[in-house]
Design a protein around this ligand. Structure first.
Ligand code: SIN
Length: 384
């Protein structure tokens, strides 16, 4: 029997697996695809944290609460913004290389929608999630954690009202009962339930479904967040055009070239994500259009700052430094999920949850940009 069975290999699962292994626990990770085949690897913008003055946890808190539209859990937000800077430093200690300014070597901070100032660290320009995933996989492998790829978890094992393991299918198709003292759900979100999404094929909501079948409480599952700017091309998942583009000067335009966000919100193009997605969707419906446009031509040195977006645009025959980019909202992040307390405990003994599958209330009705990669505190393992 393993001490901790982690389901999922994104930032939430691997962070917990690493911390638990460092504390001497016997840890097994099951993931239904390849280790790095996760929504984390797709994340572009970065990690939000109040790392340097004039920023502060209080400002980060205020922005998170505003974006959450009055439905955030205050205590969860306090943990997120208060521990945020340490969690970013831990990622760096584990080997994640965030972008630094050439002049002074300080971390580069970007701004995204809903943030009152620049506080988002990023890596490889817009390849932040891939860099974090790389670092965490390497750190976990160094600790010799038993990580099993292409193991598909079918259901949680429940005995006497407590979760005691899982039923899972191995790569050769054989079915196994794996027993564990604790099971941690870190299975991510459910964007693939929608016709149009930025999420990878693995984001099918199976962790939430198995928690529900086992009798765990769920909350806020109606709060699927739509990212305002997915590239409107005929591929699935839709390529993401990071909010950091607008933080660096890109502007949303309608079919006549009008920059419409100035009439929608005091923060204009940097309004919270739900406001922007609704402003776009309203125009699409009223005007019977399939897309509006993101004008990224004001961004200097585009291919260096946003190499992932540049590649996606060029694959669609578009040059971001010259062309308007067709965009439409796409299902992006599930703010609700399996109910947890601040330690990640669910309502079922033996079952824990963290990351996108979990609902601690930290995101309220609408997650603030780049708060997702922060929502994976190592504190989840402290109670095991
Ligand atoms: C983005 O880069 O726009 C996505 C970041 C996020 O989902 O927080």
């Amino acid at each position: 029997m393993t001490d901790l069975l982690v389901l999922g290999s994104g930032i939430a699962g691997l962070s917990a697996a690493i911390r638990a292994a460092e504390r001497g626990l016997d840890v097994t990770v099951l993931t239904k695809g390849a280790l790095a085949n996760t929504a984390t690897s797709y994340a572009q913008g970065g990690v939000a944290a109040a790392l340097a003055e004039p920023d502060s946890p209080a400002l980060h808190r205020a922005d998170t609460l505003t974006a959450g539209v009055g439905l955030c859990d205050d205590d969860a937000v306090d943990v997120l913004v208060g521990e945020g800077p340490d969690r970013v430093r831990e990622l760096m200690a584990l080997g994640a290389n965030f972008d630094r300014a050439a002049i002074d070597g300080e971390l580069e901070l970007a701004r995204e929608g809903g943030h009152s100032l620049a506080r988002v660290v990023h890596a490889g320009g817009d390849a932040t999630g891939a860099e974090i995933e790389r670092a965490l996989v390497a750190a976990m492998q160094e600790l010799r954690v038993d990580a099993r790829e292409r193991w598909f978890t079918v259901d949680l094992l429940v005995e006497g009202g407590a979760v005691v393991g899982v039923e899972a299918i191995a790569p050769d198709g054989s079915q196994h009962a794996i027993r564990a003292r604790h099971v941690l759900l870190a299975t991510g979100g459910a964007g693939q339930l929608f016709a149009v999404t930025t999420n990878p094929p693995v984001s099918t909501g199976d962790g939430i479904a198995m928690a529900y079948r086992a009798g765990a409480a769920l909350a806020d599952v109606e709060f699927m967040q739509f990212h305002p700017t997915a590239l409107d091309v005929a591929s699935m998942p839709r390529p993401l055009l990071s909010e950091a583009l607008r933080g660096d000067g890109a502007i949303l335009r309608d079919e006549h070239g009008v920059a419409f966000m100035v009439d929608e919100h005091p923060l204009a193009d940097l309004a919270p994500r739900d406001v922007v997605a609704r402003a776009i969707t309203r125009r699409l419906v009223e005007r019977n259009l399939s897309h509006l446009f993101l004008d990224a031509t004001p961004i200097a040195d585009f291919a260096t700052r946003f190499p992932t977006v540049d590649r996606a645009a060029r694959a669609a025959g578009l040059d971001p430094s010259a062309d308007l980019l067709p965009i439409a909202p796409a299902a992006h992040y599930l703010s609700g999920g399996v109910c947890t307390d601040l330690d990640g405990a669910t309502t079922l003994p033996g079952l824990w949850a963290c990351g996108e599958v979990a609902c601690s209330g930290v995101h309220g009705a609408n997650r603030l940009a780049s708060n997702s990669l922060l929502d994976r505190s190592e504190e989840h393992t402290s109670e095991l």
